[in-house]
Design a protein around this ligand. Structure first.
Ligand code: F6R
Length: 263
């Protein structure tokens, strides 16, 4: 696990975008991206959009798979992740909408939709680089605490904490869905690289638990300690509880050339 401590949210976003662009260029035009919603990756998406607009990065043949979708919203709802991914990823990054996939939280048969989603990821050859945020309770995707570390795409119930955290996107807590479809931790762990970005003091405890805590279903993100190519990119505030922060800074300052990311 590589931990990169950036000065602020803007630098963390730029670093995240540069890391993703590096992986995408090495993979080639048919790169498969795993994309997250929420606030954490927005700076990175902006930077990737600029790179795509200026011709530095061609994602027109890329595919993308979202982590999750609410269950209970009507199709077309502005806060459904189908819509959020369209606004923040598909259009700005210049992706082909036919190659962008979001779990079908509107399906009549949700269990079948989760199986179809796993099959679609497999048919695309798996995810090359998965972008992640982390919940204040340590969730990745919507794998809430006590999720099986081997779980696959499935229906989950959101915790009160997650619904409170996401209330900012809805008129009231009652309007925040209670259920979702989410890629499982086992699904996420199959991505060839994972890049988690977090900023702000409110993420410091979760980042400490993900990076330095025990591997436990009580902090689902801690499963990333078992991933062979995980990069955790944080700003100073989100890094503020890391015991080995000086070691991570030293490591980042002395990365070998092949691992170095140029901003
Ligand atoms: C989003 C997702 C979640 C978020 C997490 C952090 O698709 O799967 O795990 O990444 O809830 O959300 P923000 O970035 O809004 O703090």
């Amino acid at each position: 696990m590589d931990v990169i401590i950036c000065s602020d949210e803007a630098e963390a976003g730029a670093y995240t975008a540069a890391k993703i662009a590096q992986i995408a260029r090495r993979k080639g035009s048919d790169v498969v991206l795993g994309v997250a919603t929420g606030s954490s990756p927005l700076r990175a998406y902006e930077a990737l959009a600029q790179a795509a607009a200026s011709g530095q990065l061609d994602l027109s043949q890329a595919s993308a798979f979202a982590l999750d979708e609410y269950v209970g919203l009507p199709p077309g709802h502005l806060e459904s992740y189908h819509e959020v991914i369209r606004r923040t990823v598909t259009e700005p990054l210049g992706l082909d909408p036919a190659r962008v996939h979001v779990p079908d939280g509107f399906a009549q048969d949700l269990a079948q939709a989760t199986k179809d989603y796993e099959a679609a990821i497999a048919a695309a050859g798996g995810v090359d680089v998965q972008i992640l945020g982390v919940g204040s309770n340590g969730h990745i995707g919507f794998n809430e605490p006590t999720s099986s570390l081997a779980s696959r795409t499935r229906i989950k119930t959101l915790t009160e904490q997650t619904r409170l955290d996401n209330q900012r996107f809805f008129p009231s807590l009652a309007a925040v869905p209670r259920h979702c479809l989410t890629q499982g931790l086992g699904t996420i762990m199959e991505a060839r690289h994972v890049v988690l970005v977090a900023s702000g003091e409110h993420k410091a405890a979760a980042i400490q638990a993900v990076v330095e805590g025990p591997i436990t279903a009580m902090c689902p993100g801690s499963v990333l300690q078992m991933h062979r190519q995980a990069t955790i990119i944080v700003d100073e505030a989100a890094a503020s509880r890391l015991a080995l922060a000086d070691y991570y800074r030293d490591m980042a300052a002395n990365l070998p050339d092949w691992q170095r990311v140029v901003l």
